[in-house]
Write a protein that binds this ligand. Structure first.
Ligand SMILES: [Zn+2]
Length: 272
């Protein structure tokens, strides 16, 4: 990748990792009416940084091009919809929500969660950047939904209009574990956090492990940060990568150097 630099450490990028040729955007499906139109293809060529080992694509497409139309609807999963229903019922009882309350969800998808509040007469507001999904929430479920990324500007704008919420849902892996496992789940997250922090410190400050251990600490850190705003660990492929990173961190001994021929014991006697 001529002239490109690593997205993480800005070192020059030149090592090819895998070249899968040209590919259309993921989760993009062609309508029958579009069959005679051109479809954009982008190079799916991953590079690896020789400094920090981050495997990466060049950014050809901006996030709003990917997420303004998206093919994943939360309501496709019936167990998830049922979980959302029980969760909303629990929140309504515990927080004594009523027609004067207001519930918001950031990344509200097709309204799979907010519909439960609306049915009980509680005003809701969804924020969902994918405009096709936001439209389904508005049209099919009657949920007022803004098609925007949730940002500081949007938050302050809503506050100025007096549209503050009593409950804001923004779901992530941590909240899910805490909700499903209670105090035990919170204790597990805290214990894991302490282990991860101590290990990463030993790797970067204590000099333990090698370049793969450092790469594993960066990759697992990125997944942990992503988990604050989404559910990356619900995706089997991502949790498998996460488990591999943790294994590399846990077993951070540097492999012994292979013996070279010079170090082999001599086979002949030296008489002197
Ligand atoms: Zn790098």
């Amino acid at each position: 990748m001529h002239g490109s630099r690593c997205r993480f450490c800005v070192a020059p990028l030149s090592s090819s990792f895998v070249d899968l040729g040209m590919s259309p955007l993921c989760q993009t499906h062609i309508e029958p009416s579009q069959l005679h139109e051109m479809e954009p293809f982008y190079p799916l060529h991953a590079y690896v940084c020789e400094q920090c080992f981050l495997v990466q694509l060049q950014e050809f497409v901006s996030p709003d091009q990917i997420f303004s139309e998206y093919a994943y609807f939360s309501s496709y999963s019936s167990s998830w919809v049922e979980h959302a229903r029980r969760y909303a019922e629990m929140a309504i009882e515990r927080l004594r929500l009523g027609p004067r309350s207001k519930v918001m969800e950031i990344a509200s998808n097709d309204g799979y969660l907010l519909q439960n509040y609306l049915r009980r007469g509680i005003p809701v507001l969804g924020v969902e950047p994918a405009s096709n999904i936001a439209e389904v929430a508005r049209e099919e479920r009657g949920i007022p939904t803004l098609s925007e990324f949730f940002s500081y500007a949007l938050a302050t704008g809503l506050r100025k209009q007096g549209r503050q919420a009593d409950v804001i849902h923004a779901h992530n892996d941590y909240a899910e574990i805490a909700l499903e496992l209670g105090l035990a789940g919170i204790a597990l997250i805290l214990l894991f956090g302490v282990w991860w922090f101590m290990t990463v410190r030993a790797v970067w400050i204590g000099g333990e492990g090698g370049p793969f251990t450092r790469a594993a600490s960066i990759a697992s850190g990125a997944i942990l940060v992503h988990s604050i705003v989404d559910f990356p660990l619900r995706t089997a492929a991502i949790s498998a990568c996460f488990a591999m990173c943790l294994a590399l961190l846990a077993d951070r001994r540097v492999p012994p150097q292979q013996e070279t021929t010079d170090l082999r014991p001599a086979r002949h006697l030296v008489i002197g």
